[in-house]
Design a protein around this ligand. Structure first.
Ligand SMILES: NC(=O)c1ccc[n+]([C@@H]2O[C@H](COP(=O)([O-])OP(=O)(O)OC[C@H]3O[C@@H](n4cnc5c(N)ncnc54)[C@H](OP(=O)(O)O)[C@@H]3O)[C@@H](O)[C@H]2O)c1
Length: 420
């Protein structure tokens, strides 16, 4: 295993997969506060070459990776022109290399969606300290992923604010996450249940009849969190909470019925753990991803994140509600997928990614997202994938079916606008 030192003063080399995204940029903000403690080994982007270039000018990493090969030549020449010490790599191979390179201590896995699975797994297989934001990787390949963690001795720490909160509220021996053994004691150690909180998203109070007309910008206007567009839409459908439920089952080695989803619109409590004696431990803070990022970066120590103290005198009451399953059927689908396991979460995740992308491109209405996911789950027979290749085959089958469903909407629009 790659030896990690957590003593203050020892510099750790970090790769940020998805440095140009919302989590990637928040990570750089935290790192800027601790220049002696961390050095940037690699930064990566998909298509946003301009921002990657800007980041490389500022941080001077050893490597940068651009996934989109079409932008590689112009980016490489910009590096040369600016005399940057950074070597440019391209595509999936480049991502794998900077995730697993022996010099790297810590990998922030912050690529969005299934696209992040392979490089995150490379970091896990290489025994890195992996800070996991990319929940889709666990949703798709939970069993394989956790086996790889146990085999390699990787240290896995959750970045999702809810899972990070749960991790903080659990006795270290129960979570099994931060340890090298990852023995997965489940929820045995006096824990009664996990309370996974969610704000309810921007449409918590919207009339059901109005759902069909919401726009991508409305869906992305989250009341509390500033995030990338995919996760913002997932929050609006509450599929995000469903994906988090599946993620929590893997991270904390528990069954879905040990997790209760609680709607907490203020997003001050980031999740809770209830013990058999009736105690409930909660982690609170501003809805700002720099807190879980700093927690995981420094774990088991603590470092400053730049997030201010909560102002208790201005806190206007914390409220809690049950989720509305009629408005947010994604919650039911995700819970069923978590209970079924096997191919079900893979199909759920893949169909959702395609449908969300189509909604963001204004090809399908908001309400079609969960309808398309439900349709894919119904059409694809259940199976137990035993390898990464089998997982990828199911993922791609679900994407094809979801894409066909999106094209049916394109056809409707085209036929309606065609001259009669
Ligand atoms: N944002 C949050 O507050 C938050 C909170 C909890 C969990 N998460 C999770 O963290 C992950 C990242 O979310 P985000 O909001 O930061 O997303 P985001 O803002 O959309 O950023 C995604 C990052 O991934 C890169 N990327 C996208 N597709 C890629 C591909 N095919 N190959 C390589 N790189 C690719 C993007 O590059 P370009 O910039 O070039 O497109 C960008 O750097 C997601 O899994 C999300 O669920 C996010």
């Amino acid at each position: 295993m790659n030896v990690l030192t957590t003593e203050s003063g020892d510099s750790q080399a970090i790769t940020i997969l998805g440095s140009t995204g919302s989590i990637g940029q928040s990570t750089l903000e935290v790192l800027a506060k601790h220049p002696k403690r961390f050095s940037i080994f690699a930064l990566t982007a998909n298509t946003r070459a301009d921002l990657l270039l800007e980041q490389c000018e500022k941080w001077q990493p050893k490597y940068a990776v651009i996934n989109d090969s079409e932008q590689a030549a112009s980016l490489a020449s910009a590096f040369k022109q600016k005399a940057l010490p950074t070597q440019l790599l391209v595509g999936a191979e480049g991502l794998d290399a900077v995730a697993s390179e022996s010099e790297v201590d810590v990998v922030m896995a912050a690529i969005v969606g299934a696209a992040g699975l392979q490089s995150t797994l490379s970091a896990v297989n290489a025994g890195k300290k992996v800070l996991l934001a990319n929940k889709e990787a666990l949703v798709m390949a939970g069993a394989l992923f956790m086996q790889a963690v146990a085999r390699s001795g990787a240290v896995l720490l959750p970045i999702d604010s809810e899972h990070n909160a749960i991790f903080q509220c659990m006795p270290a021996s129960a979570s099994g996450l931060g340890s090298e053994s990852n023995s997965g004691n489940g929820l045995e150690q006096g824990i009664r249940k996990i309370l996974l909180t969610g704000s309810g998203g921007p449409f918590r109070r919207l009339a059901l009849e109005a759902f069909a007309d919401v726009t991508p910008d409305q869906a992305c206007a989250h009341p509390n969190w500033s995030m990338g567009r995919k996760i913002s839409v997932d929050s609006a459908t509450m599929m995000n909470k469903g994906l988090e439920l599946i993620e929590a089952c893997w991270l904390f080695d528990c069954k879905p019925d040990a997790i209760e989803i609680v709607v907490h619109p203020q997003s001050v409590i980031h999740s809770m753990v209830e013990y058999v004696d009736g105690s409930v431990l909660a982690q609170l803070g501003h809805p700002d991803m720099r807190t879980p990022i700093a927690h995981a970066l420094a774990w088991p120590e603590r470092i400053a994140s730049g997030v201010e103290s909560l102002n208790w005198s201005q806190m206007n009451g914390l409220t809690f509600e049950e989720p509305d399953f009629q408005r947010f059927p994604a919650l039911i689908m995700a819970r069923q997928a978590a209970e079924l396991g096997g191919s079900a979460p893979i199909v759920l995740n893949a169909a959702n990614e395609i449908a969300v992308a189509a909604f963001l491109q204004e090809r399908i209405p908001f309400t079609a997202i969960t309808a398309i996911v439900a349709d894919c789950i119904e059409k694809i027979p259940f199976e137990e994938p035993m390898s990464l290749e089998a997982i990828q085959a199911i993922d791609s089958q679900a994407r094809d079916i979801a894409e066909t469903a999106c094209q049916a909407f394109d056809d409707l629009v085209n036929n309606a606008s065609a001259p009669q």
